[in-house]
Write a protein that binds this ligand. Sequence first.
Ligand code: GLA
Length: 385
Amino acid sequence: MDTLPQFKKIFDKNPVLKAEAPGRVNLIGEHTDYNDGYVLPIAIQYAVTVLVAPRKDEVVNIHSVDFGKTVSFSLREPLTRESKAQWSDYGKGVLSEFRKLGHTLSGMDFLFWGNVPIASGLSSSAAVEVAFATAIRALGKISISDIELIQLCQRAENEFVGMKCGIMDQFISCLGKEGHALFLDCRTLGYELVPFPNHLYDVVILNTKKKRELHTSDYNERRARCEEGVKLLQKFLLEIKALRDVSVETFQKHAESLPEIVRKRCQHVVEENQRVLDFVRALKENDVLALGKLLLQSHESLRTLYEVSCKELDLMVEIAMDTEGVLGARMTGAGFGGCAIAMVKKGSEKKLKQNVMERYPKVTGIQPEVYISTPSQGAQVQWLE
Ligand code: GLA
């Protein structure tokens, strides 16, 4: 797609810089980030790209190539959500957060597009936020650190868009590294890049193409149950601040005191945190059996305790596990549809794709998509003149 001429045609000038930010899959550590826990995502090769040029006035134009539409507003006015054009809210939310930090922004012309599948649990929204924030920071020579930029993007989503997400997606989109998974402590925001054995395994993404319904409200509800669990557990465990502070053994001692739904949600989070630590060890030691087992345990827990899987995701995992060379599989991201991942021995990925393409549509009537993923680089900026 030749987007430079398109920019020139729409805005009658050339862009001055290009920023790119990727989507992600999470290997393990699901619904742990907003509980101050651990996650292990990788950035994927699909990304969102933004072209930008400054303006002399205070007008902002955002053109989406994929939707073929432009949204315009003035920075003189308070920034509010568009009623229809939800796609522009992510960029607008980021602008709003820069302003809240006291940065004076001039008008800008943006043109953006992406190949991260939308509404598929691959963090296309975080990719848009991080691409916009990276472009705005570079263009305005605004001195904020990567961590501050990540937090700003998370606030844009929490406060402007209204999805109470954790920090994982924005973090990996900004700081992912080619060939590595990113082991993140969501409390301290300390992280370690763990080499991913690309020569041995592929991460295969299995997109159910199931439309996610009530995604935001279900997600926010899960988060609320975890917070309720912490409050109830604090009666016995005075020092805890989040589920991250509760070990599997301690949780077992007090689990009975919690209402059933809260208990199930909390049990998932407490055990999932431990699984991330075990998975990182297994990845470093190339303990293939443990890797597979942990992926499956995570899926089972998301299915039965956290209840964010669905029959399409379960079917993907089932088909994957019937394929030779698959170590393990699980749903990835928030759930309620979206994608599953499978860790596959090199050479078996084609067979897996074939099995999914054959079996999945027969049962669901939906045409799935399968992508082979390689751990990719996080956000990047390129000056164009
Ligand atoms: C979504 C959120 C993340 C995380 C995952 C579940 O992707 O944006 O912050 O909570 O769900 O692990």
